[in-house]
Design a binder for this molecule. Structure first.
Ligand code: ATP
Length: 302
């Protein structure tokens, strides 16, 4: 479990993270979303004890990272895949890490196989592609078989096959009962991977919700098809709904699909379609974070 409580990190007068509170429990993939500069990396670094909070705290399984003995057995992280010693082989890189945490060579070999790097284990890290380095970073995170995993923008540099692989991996790790927090600035990516999202902007919490709640919250209207449009419109309007004609159907706002169905049944009006329509998750995300975007182009500024 990860608990972030009233976390604030200031650099000079700038607040990279500003009173942020959220938690991530085991068993699901939590997406950590925010525009560039929102404070995702700073928060992750604080959880991993790499950055000292100005105030507040970040705990892993109830403890500060620094208090955890043999941390690789409890927490694994992919933060900056490029930050590895280029002269060592992939195997040696992992072996050095493993040894410092009392992990044997068998586990190193297993982890290399798990991330699909067994074939390049003897190659120097400096000669690996960005995608392979990313996989090596994931291997390092998995080395101690930890219950808590943090991935900072893990799809960066991966090709479509690699992206699919990492999505499956994160979902599998969560299904095994681990705590998985993965940052991204793309809602489209998180929509395919995460069960819940923590959305931040300018260091502050904007929203913490399940993917389902997020799309419910941004429900636009309900499309209703019936041969009895006038009758149903009247009944719905009596219940306070707003009804608009749309291509021979009704676009209904201000009432749930469930209640529309109940009203229609009560009036004995056959309904042929009842479709809740949401704004896309990407639109929802852009709307949520609109005030927190640091830099924008003329075109996206609208
Ligand atoms: N070492 C530092 N010194 C000064 N400012 C910093 C430092 N690290 C981060 N910042 C600032 O803090 C803010 C949050 O940065 P952070 O890297 O945590 O955001 P992020 O959400 O991870 O962004 P990105 O998606 O671009 O990686 C930014 O405005 C950044 O410029």
């Amino acid at each position: 479990m990860i608990e972030v409580r009233e976390l604030t990190k200031r650099y000079g007068t700038a607040r990279a993270v500003d009173g942020l509170t959220f938690e991530v429990k085991p068993g699901y993939v939590a997406g950590f979303l925010g525009p560039n500069g929102a404070g995702k990396s700073t928060t992750m670094r604080a959880i991993l004890g790499l950055d000292r909070p100005t105030s507040g705290e970040a705990l892993v399984n109830g403890r500060h990272y620094a208090e955890i003995k043999n941390p690789m057995h409890h927490v694994g992280a992919l933060i900056d895949a490029g930050a590895v010693h280029g002269g060592r082989s992939a195997y040696d890189h992992l072996h050095v890490l493993a040894r410092s945490n009392g992990i044997g060579p068998k586990r190193v070999v297993h982890t290399l196989e798990q991330v699909g790097l067994a074939g390049v284990a003897r190659r120097r890290v400096g000669t690996l592609s960005l995608g392979m380095k990313q996989r090596l970073g994931v291997a390092a995170a998995l080395l101690g078989d930890p219950g808590v995993l943090l991935f900072d923008e893990p799809v960066n540099g991966l090709d479509p096959e690699g992206i699919r692989w990492i999505r499956h991996l994160m979902r599998d790790l969560a299904a095994e009962g681990r705590t998985v927090l993965v940052s991204s600035h793309l809602m489209s990516e998180m929509a395919l991977t995460a069960d819940r999202v923590v959305v931040i902007g300018r260091g502050k919490l904007i929203l913490e919700a399940s993917m389902q709640d997020l799309s419910d919250r941004f429900q636009r209207d309900v499309l209703v098809r019936t041969a009895h449009r006038t009758e149903l419109t009247r009944a719905l309007e009596r219940s306070g709904a707003t009804v608009r004609q749309e291509d021979g159907a009704l676009a209904v706002q201000g009432i749930t699909a469930h209640d529309i169905g109940e009203i229609a049944a009560h009036q004995r009006i056959p309904v042929h379609e009842l479709t809740p329509r949401s704004a896309s998750l990407e639109d929802a995300y852009l709307e949520l974070t609109d005030d927190s975007v640091e830099y924008r182009t003329e075109e996206t500024a609208r």
